[in-house]
Design a protein around this ligand. Sequence first.
Ligand code: ATP
Ligand code: MG
Length: 180
Amino acid sequence: MYLKSLEVHGFKSFANKLLFEFHNGITAIVGPNGSGKSNVADAVRWVLGEQSAKQLRGAKMEDIIFAGTELRKPLGYAYVAITISNEDHKLNVPYEEVTIARRVYRSGESEYLLNGASCRLRDIQELLFDTGIGKEGYSIIGQGQIDKILSGKPEERRELFDEAAGIVKFKKRKAAAEKN
Ligand code: ATP
Ligand code: MG
């Protein structure tokens, strides 16, 4: 399982539709200050369900939509899609590839898509439990996050181990069953 591609359109500084293709191995993104390197990581975080504008380095969610430049008008929506290779079927769906997409309009209206079909954020979260990929997973380690993990409460640290051990889905199901 690995990140195959990332498509951005109207997300932060990416006004044009842009496709990043990754391969199995290491990819480094380099560029001058302010060229949009961190925006690439923000896009991955956002499509996985990030709800906090602050986590995405903005004041409000609308700030993730391309705001325009001197030469270019602002856009009305932001769209991000990531495609994960699922050849090893680590994700519990009968597809070789899984594309997760999210779109938001300035009106606030938003949607998530799983292989093109509209779905709930919850469906995406459930698919990604125990894979380390979710927005709470350890596949995205942001600046300062290592310190936060090391100095965090034991219960918080435990969550990382639960995810790596693959027992989050059982804990979530237990919690849901106890509620009913
Ligand atoms: P550094 O090397 O300093 O970390 P970086 O390559 O990580 O820089 P980013 O922080 O990803 O750069 O990109 C910042 C740029 O994105 C800024 O120029 C900012 O104006 C632009 N930007 C952020 N949000 C938007 C938006 N909604 N619309 C247009 N441009 C945006
Ligand atoms: Mg940066």
